[in-house]
Design a binder for this molecule. Structure first.
Ligand code: NAD
Length: 347
C-alpha cells in the first residue's frame, strides 16, 4: 500500500456509536483539504484505507486544476449506509472532523445525504453541502453534470472538429443523480442517448422523461458509439474493456475511471481514443460546495463550471504538444500550480 505522500491519515473509532472511519488528508498547500465522506460496506479496513487514499489524492488534483484554493482530502465510514447510519454516528464523525481544526472540511459522497451534512454541521463548522435553508449551496449533482457536459463537448471538438453533440451516439452508464442530469443536457442537444443502469426503475423513469433508449445488451464496451460516459463506478476503463471499446471519446462523471492511470491512459492514447480526465470534468460539484466557503453565488458557479470546456481543450493541446496522455497532462498542470504556491509561500 502506498501512502502517496499523504500529509495525514486519521483513524476514527467510537465503540458506543459503532463509528469506524478514516480521514485522509493528502495535501494542504493550496488550502484546507476538502472532500466528501463516503459510507460503504468495505470488506475490510485495508480496502477502506486504499479507497480513502486514492480518493483524497484525486481531490488534491481536482481542486488544483480547477483553480480553487483547496487541498485534497476525503473520508470513508466503514458500514452500510442503509442500516448502520444513525444521527449519533454522524455527530460523532463530525466531532472527529472538528478535532482537525479545519485542516479537513467534509462534504457529501456516496451513502450520504444533505441531511447527514446538517447533522455534522450541528457539531462543527468544517462541513459543506448542507441544506440551502441552513446557508448551503444545495445538491451539487446538476452542476457536476453540467461540467461533464462541457468537458464532453470539448473532447468532441478535439476529436470530431465540432463540439455539437446533435446526432452523436452517447452511452451513459449509470443514470443516478449526475447521469440523469447529463442525459437531460444530451437530449436537449439532440444526441442519440442510450442509457445503462442496474436499477430497472430508474431506467424506466429516465427513458420516459427524456426519450432515451435503454441498453439491453451484455457488453456495453463493444457497442458502436461515438462517446462513452461512465457515470457509475470507477475502474471501468481497464485491460478487459479497452481493447473492445469502439467509442472515440470517453467523458463521464465517475471518479478514477482508469484502473491504472499510467498504463490505461497510454493504451487509450495508442488507440486514438480522446479521454477527458475525470478529475477535471467532474469538478462541478466541488465548485458548487466551494461557493459555500467563498460566498459566491450561482452566476459564478456556472461561469467556473463552463470554464471546464476551455481547460479540457487546453489539456488536449498540452498532451499533443508533449506527446503525453491527457491524464498526465492534467496532472502536470495541477502539480505545477501546487509547486508554484509552495515556492511563493517559502519566499
Ligand atoms: P448515484 O449513486 O446517484 O448514481 C449511480 C448510478 O449508477 C445508480 O443509478 C446505480 O444504480 C448505477 N450503477 C451502479 N453500478 C452500476 C453498474 N455496474 N452498471 C450500471 N449502472 C450502475 O451517484 P452520482 O452522484 O450520480 O455519482 C455518479 C459518479 O460520479 C460516482 O462515481 C461519483 O463518485 C461521481 N461524482 C459525483 C459527483 C456529484 O456531484 N454527485 C461529483 C463528482 C463525481
Amino acid at each position: 500500500m502506498s501512502f502517496d505522500n499523504h500529509e495525514q491519515v486519521v483513524f476514527c473509532n467510537d465503540k458506543d456509536t459503532g463509528l469506524k472511519a478514516i480521514i485522509g488528508i493528502h495535501n494542504t498547500v493550496l488550502g484546507p483539504a476538502l472532500g466528501g465522506t463516503r459510507m460503504w460496506k468495505y470488506n475490510n479496513e485495508w480496502e477502506a484505507l486504499n479507497d480513502v487514499l486514492r480518493l483524497s489524492r484525486g481531490m488534491t488534483f481536482k481542486s488544483a486544476i480547477t483553480g480553487l484554493n483547496l487541498g485534497g482530502g476525503k473520508a470513508v465510514i466503514i458500514g452500510d449506509a442503509k442500516t448502520q447510519k444513525t444521527p449519533e454516528l454522524m455527530k460523532k464523525f463530525g466531532e472527529f472532523v472538528h478535532s482537525l481544526s479545519g485542516r479537513y472540511i467534509t462534504a457529501e459522497d456516496i451513502g450520504m445525504e444533505t441531511s447527514d451534512m446538517d447533522l455534522v454541521r450541528d457539531v462543527t463548522p468544517y462541513v459543506t453541502g448542507i441544506s440551502e435553508s441552513r446557508g448551503g449551496a444545495g445538491n451539487p449533482s446538476p452542476i457536476t453534470a453540467y461540467g461533464v457536459f462541457m468537458g464532453m463537448k470539448a473532447a468532441a471538438k478535439h476529436k470530431f472538429g465540432s463540439e455539437v453533440l446533435e446526432d452523436r451516439t452517447v452511452y451513459v452508464q449509470g443514470i443516478g443523480h449526475v447521469g440523469e442530469a447529463l442525459v437531460e443536457h444530451l437530449s436537449n442537444e439532440g444526441a442519440k442517448v442510450i442509457i445503462a443502469d442496474i436499477n430497472e426503475e430508474r431506467l424506466q423513469t429516465v427513458s420516459k422523461t427524456y426519450g432515451a433508449e435503454i441498453y439491453r445488451g451484455s457488453d456495453i464496451y463493444a457497442e458502436d458509439m461515438d462517446i462513452y460516459a461512465p457515470c457509475a463506478l470507477g475502474a471501468t476503463v481497464n485491460d478487459g474493456s479497452i481493447h473492445k471499446l469502439k467509442a472515440q471519446v470517453i467523458a463521464g462523471a465517475a471518479n478514477n475511471q482508469l484502473q491504472d492511470e499510467i498504463k490505461h491512459g497510454a493504451m487509450l492514447r495508442d488507440r486514438g481514443i480522446a479521454y477527458a480526465p475525470d478529475f477535471l470534468i467532474n469538478a462541478g460539484g466541488i465548485i458548487n460546495v466551494y461557493a459555500e466557503l467563498e460566498g459566491y453565488g450561482k452566476t459564478e458557479i456556472i461561469r467556473k463550471t463552463e470554464n471546464i470546456y476551455n481547460t479540457t481543450l487546453e489539456i488536449f493541446k498540452h498532451s499533443e504538444e508533449n506527446n503525453s496522455t491527457t491524464h498526465t497532462a492534467a496532472l502536470n498542470i495541477a502539480l505545477d500550480r501546487i509547486e508554484t504556491r509552495k515556492k511563493e509561500a517559502n519566499k
